[in-house]
Ligand binder design. Sequence first.
Ligand code: HAM
Length: 412
Amino acid sequence: MLKRVAGTKDILPEEASWWQELEERARKLFSCYNYNEIRTPLIEEEALFNRSLGESTEIIQKQMFLIKGKKGTYALRPEGTASIVRAFIENNLAQKLGLAKLYYIGPMFRKETPQKGRLRQFHHIGCEVIGSRDPFLDAETISLADKLLKEAGVKDYRIKINSLGCEDDKAKLASNLRSGLKTKSSKLCPDCKKRLKNNALRILDCKKDACKEVVNSLKLKQEKYLCPECADEFKKVREGLDLAAIDYEVVPRLVRGLDYYLRTVFEIAHKELGAQDALCAGGRYDSLVSELGGDELPAIGFAFGVERIFMASGCPRPEAGKDLTYIIALGVQAKRQTVKLLDTLRTAGVRADTDYEFKSLKGAMRRANDLAAAYALIIGDDEIKKGIFTIKDMRSGQQEEVRPQDILDELK
Ligand code: HAM
């Protein structure tokens, strides 16, 4: 038997209705914040991600799905930010939109070792704002992420924030880290030993217990690396969050696994998720637009992992078929009548169905039950002769006789 690829998931109909509901709520919320949707291709040139995420990042080193083409190498997108910045520059959106507020929903691909909450194809609901460095915008962005989780019905999450500062501050943080780790490097995992030389900040993000222990023993203080301007901006971010009454923690060890971040970074974690506890991650990437050839435009954004929201919501199963009218056609004439009636009901926006296959009333009623239909409409050849159909309310069990011409009004 052919099976799905490891690390991918079939989203079956009962779960898909949860996805639709979440996506609809997310779209409404983004619209309230004046965002517009952007849809970019699933494949991009490999170089886009190499340049945006950083050559030494885990994603670039190990996780890209690459496709060799005649004119170069393409990659299945591992995340959305780089593509959106590329599309922003290529389509001249700075001129068209001014401050660009863009959201996206769709699949991402990373060649990871599959485990709980870590897939090779997963989905992001994310957004990017390009064109402002106001710290209150950072607070607004985090508050939007908080609202999205409330809409999804997720509870008990933690919003963690930090500032990496500007390029100079980030370099200072890395150098503080290297000196702090000098005497402890033997306890680090082999990957982190390498990172100590070429990307020390990544050590803060290592999920290995031994490395976490070493990192936890360090006393990292923002005062030691943030310049006055970045410190002041971070203060304003917190002020904005306080004004919006958002619960958050400042976690000086928080860095993100992508190189483009500067200044504010944040993560939303949920303890039920275990080792992969991040529901959402985001932050500022104030140099990326210019690094990819655009103007000097600061930017901020975030992305949620939809599969992880699903897990943190307790894997709900929304009720399907609630308002379905199920037509039970018994006999040849009844089937003909059903074809016409279904068309009338559906044209009027009433959810209605049949399966044309009924052999007995009992079997058909069982099927209506399985579908959790709200009503069963029974049409037999006798009913057609009499000109009266029977509607059964599947919840109360009550039956009522209706004339064919009154059915639509009755159901509406
Ligand atoms: P990220 O931290 O790589 O950030 O991913 C964001 C979220 O996607 C994670 O917090 C997690 O919920 C989910 N996620 C990541 N990898 C997987 C996986 N293998 N399986 C399931 N879920 C996963 C970004 O991608 C940035 N582009 C976010 C951003 C937008 N920053 C600024 N703007």
